[in-house]
Design a protein around this ligand. Structure first.
Ligand code: ISL
Ligand code: CA
Length: 559
């Protein structure tokens, strides 16, 4: 059955519930808190929400360790709250997608509690168990994403189980048909409640090579790199097609976006090309690797704009549809990473949003980016809550990296940078909660908050509203072809969108100085009119040579 493909017109706002809005003042954001802010969210102009996990969980990895897929964690509220949230969102014309974390569950899930008891119970093969090596060692040298071995021993079975993430997140065994259908049942449970789709966590890891031989060690780590033999494994597309068939036969109109770490562009095509009937789009990671260093992600490397541009343009050219993102709950704040969080915070946040949102694909806006929230600037290890931050610090220390250097790496790249509470107003804890929040509020909340942004007609928020309206206004910005205008300029990211006779010209300067930029002839002589700029005095007519001010972003329409 052909769907109406509403996801091509979706602009998604990502909510990280524990850091969004706390209504019962226990320091943890909750579902009621989201309901309270739906009118605000709607006012940004987005039309879809993505909620990261709120399911029952021991919260070892902030909810990405689910112990019951059909229950709401009591920290976040009740099933009634969730039903109210779905109804209230729909009433405002907002669609809703949930995180589906089914590469692994929590070790507290009933499936795992049974699975670890013996080799011959109903859940025995719901997880990935392997015998020790003859000397009792782990089956292979595979490491986990968060550090350490990817294998943990369980005496009752005299076997190791696989966990690509924390040891409290055992990997589910997708080679078991019973497990796969148990997952489809979870999807059905939420879709029947009216949910409009899923963001499928770590989906590129679902199918593994069964042999688990030793793999290469990379990034100066001690264990084998977690993506060898685990990413894009032998049956991944077979399983996703099966899932698609089962689910779409009942719910033909949903949106599925997969998170695909360690997936090349050609592999990504296999997930999203429409005739393959798997997913609508994927979150790929190539452009998130532009500032990796000797230890991988945790580094103090500054990205080169040309790398970011080259990567994004490649994917624009090759995939028919992309999920567009520059930040989320796993990444530092985009203005701190790709812009200038100091003097040009407002200008650069607007320019980055423009470059991101006007590309071809579905834009994802992470909570707080619409007001230009910045990195956390934590200075003590104890301020970090993410297990990855602590494991990384311990690992780097064992490598004799200095404490100062470790703190610099974390300050630049920790996931907690994006997880500080949403800054609503200039009151205690930024209006997030009157109780001490589970993670510290950024000290800049007096200056950067929603009330402040709402009262300023030149705010980043006001700009997002204009930008999203522009994105949704015409066929050109949805379906127009993407072409890079120049691939050589060192500070200007310039592209065009084209449909029928129309062209949209998008230019963003990544420089804090004034730059001169000359357009190629075929555009230079066209009659372009300004439709959006982050400066007041940008010329209304498109000139063959532009003098762009620091972090200036401009959009011209050629009819
Ligand atoms: O952020 C990363 C590591 O630094 C990524 O590799 C991340 O682990 C990967 O993108 C998978 O992320 C998702 O699954 C994780 C969870 O911790 C992340 O929050 C989630 O987005 C395990 O469920
Ligand atoms: Ca709460």
């Amino acid at each position: 059955m052909k769907t109406n493909e509403w996801w091509r017109r979706a602009v998604v706002y990502q909510i990280y519930p524990q850091s969004f809005n706390d209504t019962n003042n226990d320091g943890i954001g909750d579902l009621r808190g989201i309901i309270e802010k739906l009118d605000y969210i709607k006012s940004i102009g987005v039309n879809t929400l993505w909620l990261t996990p709120f399911f029952e969980s021991p919260l070892i990895d902030n909810g990405y360790d689910v112990s019951d897929y059909k229950k709401v964690a009591s920290d976040f509220g009740t099933m009634q709250d969730m039903e109210a949230l779905i109804a209230e969102a729909h009433q405002r014309g907002l669609k809703l997608i949930f995180d589906l974390v089914v590469n692994h569950s929590s070790d507290q899930h009933q499936w795992f509690r049974e699975s670890k008891l013996s080799r011959d119970n109903k859940y025995s093969d719901y997880y990935i168990w392997r015998d020790p090596k003859p000397d009792g060692a782990a089956p292979s040298n595979l490491g986990s994403v968060f550090g350490g071995s990817a294998w943990t021993y369980v005496k009752a079975r005299n076997q190791y189980y696989l966990h690509l993430f924390a040891k409290e997140q055992p990997d589910l065994n997708w080679d078991s048909k019973a497990l796969r259908y148990a997952v489809y049942d979870v999807m059905d449970f939420w879709l029947a409640k009216g949910v409009d789709g899923f963001r499928m966590d770590s989906i590129s890891f679902l199918s593994k090579n069964a042999e688990f031989e030793d793999v290469p060690v990379e990034d100066n780590k001690k264990f084998g790199a977690y993506y060898y033999g685990t990413a894009n494994g032998p049956h991944i597309h077979e399983y996703l097609k099966e899932m698609h068939q089962v689910i779409y036969s009942k719910y033909p109109d949903i949106m599925l976006v997969g998170e695909t770490p360690h997936t090349s562009m050609n592999q990504a095509k296999l997930y999203v090309e429409p005739n393959r009937q798997e997913l609508n789009m994927v979150f790929q990671f190539e452009h998130m690797h532009v500032d990796y260093g000797a230890y991988g992600r945790y580094s103090d490397v500054t990205f080169k704009m040309s790398d970011l541009r080259q990567s994004m343009a490649r994917w624009q050219k090759t995939l028919s549809w992309n999920a567009l993102y520059l930040g989320n709950h796993d990444q530092p704040r985009l203005v701190s990473r790709f812009g200038d969080e100091g003097r040009y915070r407002v200008k650069s946040a607007k320019m980055l949003a423009m470059i991101q949102i006007l590309q071809k694909g579905t834009p994802f806006i992470y909570q707080g980016d619409e007001i230009g929230m910045t990195n956390a600037h934590f200075t003590a290890l104890s301020q970090y809550k993410d297990l990855e931050a602590h494991n990384t610090a311990a690992f780097l220390q064992s490598e004799h990296v200095s404490h100062k250097q470790i703190m610099t790496f974390l300050a630049r790249k920790s996931r907690d940078n994006a997880r500080t509470p949403m800054q609503w107003e200039d009151t205690v804890n930024g209006g997030f909660s009157s109780h001490k929040p589970w993670i510290e509020v950024n000290t800049n909340y007096a200056k950067i908050n929603v009330i402040e942004a709402t009262s300023d007609e030149n705010s980043i928020l006001a700009f997002y509203r204009q930008l999203i309206a522009l994105k949704l206004q015409s066929q050109l910005t949805i379906d127009g072809d993407f072409t890079l205008i120049s691939a050589n300029d060192s500070s200007v990211f310039a592209y065009q969108r084209q449909l029928d006779g129309q062209k949209l010209i998008v230019l963003g300067s990544f420089s804090d100085k004034k730059v001169r930029y000359s357009l190629p002839k075929e555009i230079a002589n066209a009659n372009g009119k300004l439709v959006l700029s982050n400066y007041q005095d940008t010329p209304n007519d498109l000139n063959p040579t532009l003098f762009l001010k620091p972090y200036e972003g401009v959009v011209y329409l050629i009819n």
